[in-house]
Design a protein. Structure first.
Length: 145
């Protein structure tokens, strides 16, 4: 599976750890930046990962900033993106099963590296349920319902 991953400066160190972990597990990684801990603008990296998802260059994405909030807000502005901010494994599992989330957002200042790796593993290893009720609810997103 090909995973697109991006971060801002607040998530840079965690992104490096996560990339190493995911490569070790056999995932193909597209690193969309940032490339240092120097201050930068998170929407640039959110958009780059979203571009990969929308174009089907990658199947799933991961975005990391200090809290995960900015990344999730930026990503969810894009058509075709269902980004979920998760700081626990239960939410990571549920959002894949029920919401067919295609981008995981995390806050490097909220979760430590050990938990972040478990959250990412759970997100990437969980499939969408394909239950009719979940398909119906996803179809209503963005329709003002």
């Amino acid at each position: 599976m090909k995973i697109s991953i991006g971060s801002d400066h607040g998530g840079y160190e965690l992104k490096k750890e996560l990339i190493a972990h995911l490569k070790e597990k056999g995932y193909e990684i597209i690193d969309r930046g940032c490339d240092s801990a120097a201050s930068c603008d998170y929407p640039i990296y959110a958009n780059a990962v979203c571009d990969d998802i929308v174009s089907k260059e990658s199947e799933l994405g991961i975005l990391i900033c200090g809290t995960g909030i900015g990344m999730s807000m930026a990503a969810n502005k894009r058509d075709g993106i269902r980004a979920a901010l998760c700081h626990d494994t239960f939410s990571a599992k549920a959002t894949r099963e029920h919401n067919d989330a295609n981008i995981l957002c995390m806050g490097a200042r909220v979760v430590g590296p050990g938990l972040a790796l478990m959250i990412a593993d759970t997100f990437l290893e969980t499939d969408f349920s394909n239950d009719e009720r979940h398909i119906r609810r996803i179809s209503l997103i963005g329709k003002g319902q």
